[in-house]
Design a protein around this ligand. Structure first.
Ligand code: PGA
Length: 251
């Protein structure tokens, strides 16, 4: 019922030149494949050229961040209307690297979600705990706070337009992925929070991804879990072959 979604988060990688070759290769590898929704999230500088290349293919475009204000004196920021104008379908919001290095709060992430939705851009909202928090037994509390901050701005009629991504911070870029059953447990918990707020009919339609060291070797196992609807992928999205193998996890 929920179409699997595989999103590549390139982070601060790939010049325009490098983006062009990666996207061209990827288009070839996944041509005509419709079993999975495919999203690539290049850095801002490569969004336009990527859109030009993917056009109306089966590859959708996402940005990695945006600001919540409409426009004005916010040096270095990018607005929702700028992303909409390029043709972005998605935007990653609240990634743990943004929360940690750029001090984004759950409140700011919520404002960004609201702003993205008002420009018809679907947010991929990242949540997840640090290793210390998991070890201290507070992983669920951390995730609950991050998810519930979004409830303040997310109207019931918009709830199915968002995607959540559970990314335990200790599993990002470390090669140490969460076990598929740990990931599924937390994702089920997030779905319970969504169900309590928006009801079962809505929560059953909201996609929740897993992120953190997803690779061709572990994707099948992760996707075999009941509640994992896809993956947000960093490292393995930087090569067309590995990313296409994730996209085609069913094969
Ligand atoms: P990773 O990154 O796949 O390199 O662990 C995932 C992410 O941060 O979205």
């Amino acid at each position: 019922m929920r179409k699997p979604l595989i999103a590549g988060n390139w982070k601060m990688n790939k010049t325009i030149t490098e983006s062009i070759s990666l996207v061209k290769e990827l288009i070839d590898f996944v041509k005509g494949y419709e079993e999975t929704e495919i999203v690539v999230c290049p850095p801002f500088t490569s969004l336009w050229v990527t859109k030009e290349l993917v056009g109306d293919t089966n590859i959708l475009l996402g940005a990695q961040n945006m600001y919540y204000k409409d426009e004005g004196a916010y040096t270095g920021e990018i607005s929702a209307s700028m992303l909409q104008n390029i043709g972005c379908d998605y935007v990653i919001l609240g990634h743990s690297e943004r929360r940690e290095y750029f001090h984004e709060t759950s409140q700011e992430v919520a404002w960004k979600v609201q702003q993205a939705l008002s420009f018809s851009i679907k947010p991929i909202i990242c949540v997840g705990e640090k290793l210390e928090e998991r070890e201290a037994g507070s992983a669920r509390d951390v995730v609950k706070e991050e998810v519930e901050a979004i409830f303040e701005v997310l109207k019931p009629q918009d709830a199915t337009k968002v995607v959540f991504a559970y990314e335990p911070i200790w599993a990002i870029g470390t090669g140490k992925s969460a076990t598929s059953s740990d990931a599924n447990d937390m994702i089920k918990y997030i779905r319970t929070l969504l169900k309590d707020k928006y009801g079962e009919k809505v929560s059953d339609q909201i996609r929740i991804l897993y992120g953190g060291s997803v690779k061709p070797e572990n994707i099948k196992e992760l996707m075999s879990q009941s509640d994992i609807d896809g993956a947000l992928v960093g490292g393995a999205s930087l090569k067309a072959l590995s990313f296409s193998r994730l996209v085609k996890f069913k094969e």
